[in-house]
Design a protein around this ligand. Structure first.
Ligand code: 13P
Ligand code: SF4
Length: 369
């Protein structure tokens, strides 16, 4: 297919006023015209009016594997920026990953950046040799340059599905781990590996030496970056305790980005895909309280209703991944119709050297999981 690249949001303006209904019909039409040249990947948190157009869906691990296997020329990623970067890194050079709205970032990923991680590495280096003693582990929810940092320093990427195996991999190589950017996933995973809470210390990147003493750095098994997900922080232990009083036979399932107390009080903890599969495979008439993003919870609730399952959202307020929701039918249509005309909007291209190093850390992860 002959293509040219445009990166202009001005061109989007004529799509803005389109109704959702009109977009739906035109998306279907554009998809037909593109055929196997384009594949649409959709994360579980994607809004329903976009999710329905996804050819393949999954959690972060599943989607990265799918991106590495597809033969489509264009990988249209209905997710967030770091996911499209992973698709670009793992796909073939002649393929193009596209993010329909460049504003679809991840607030957690933004809580760590290369300058801060390099500073942490230098500061830790005043106490011990990090390249000898510490495996850097980045959650997939991070920018490509942080994955590259891990690739360069003997480190690895993890997702919410494989964090446990990845930390085991890390400890088989070096005594300690620096885990960024999600302290909650790091703490929960360390807990599953029987690491005492007192040996998992928070590294605050905005304080000198992460706010720790040299002694604390020496004794810590895991240094947990002070980052979190703005959506999952809304779920609280009290929500579970109150619900259990009303529904003593019900089951609670949460994403490991939730805080430690929430994970501890939950019957099940796992990735978005794990949550979906666990509830789907449960018996008819079961009742669930779910601690993860609202679009996914609503979708599961709707799908499971015919089997008499009741699926409830954990927080009393609406918690959606507002950045992922920026990928709306209008942006998806804009992307697809431009592709039909041979124009690529919002391509995601990770610089070659960064991609090469990030790929090392991603390949280590894929080999482990
Ligand atoms: P999953 O890998 O479980 O899909 O999680 C991605 C994410 O961003 C959760 O907030
Ligand atoms: Fe990032 Fe949280 Fe959205 Fe997941 S739910 S993509 S961690 S902001």
């Amino acid at each position: 297919m002959e293509v040219s690249t445009i990166n202009s949001t001005i061109k989007f303006d004529r799509y803005k006023p389109l109704s959702d209904e009109e977009c739906q019909a035109r998306i279907i039409d554009a998809k037909k015209k593109l055929g196997k040249h384009a594949v649409i990947l959709g994360h579980h948190y994607q809004r329903a009016d976009v999710y329905r157009h996804a050819d393949l869906t999954g959690d972060s691990l599943g989607l990265s594997k799918l991106a590495s296997r597809t033969d489509a020329d264009f990988i249209v990623f209905c997710g967030v920026h770091f996911m499209a970067e992973v698709a670009d890194i793992l796909s073939k050079p002649e393929q193009t990953a596209i993010l329909p709205d460049m504003g679809a970032g991840c607030s957690m990923a933004d809580m760590a950046n290369l300058a801060k991680v390099e500073r942490a590495w230098r500061e830790i280096g005043e106490v011990l040799d990090p390249d000898e003693m510490i495996t850097p582990v980045t959650y997939i929810n991070s920018a490509a340059d942080l994955k590259a940092f891990c690739g360069e320093h003997g480190g690895i990427v993890c997702t919410s599905t494989n964090a446990r195996q990845i930390l085991q991999w890390a400890f088989a190589r070096r005594q300690k781990a620096l885990f960024f950017p999600d302290q909650h996933l790091g703490r929960w995973t360390g807990y599953l590996l029987d690491i005492p809470l007192s040996e998992m210390l928070v590294w605050d990147p905005d304080l000198p030496m992460g706010g720790l003493t040299p002694q604390q750095i020496k004794m810590a098994k895991i240094l947990l970056w002070k980052g979190h997900c703005s959506v999952h922080q809304m779920f609280q232990a009290q929500h579970i305790l109150r619900w259990r009083q009303q529904h003593p036979g019900g089951m609670v399932i949460s994403h490991p980005e939730c805080n430690f107390e929430v994970c501890k009080l939950s019957d099940y903890v796992g990735s978005t895909d794990y949550i979906l599969k666990t509830i789907t495979s449960s018996g008819p008439g079961t009742r669930w309280l779910v601690g993860t993003e609202l679009n996914l919870v609503n979708r599961i609730a709707e799908e499971q209703k015919p089997q008499g399952k009741v699926v409830q959202f954990m927080a009393p307020t609406v918690c959606m991944c507002s950045t992922m929701a920026r990928i709306d039918p209008q942006h998806l249509l804009w992307t697809l119709e431009n592709l039909v005309e041979g124009k690529v909007v919002n391509p995601i291209r990770v610089p070659a050297r960064e991609a090469e190093l990030a790929r090392i850390a991603l390949d280590r992860m894929l080999a482990v999981s």
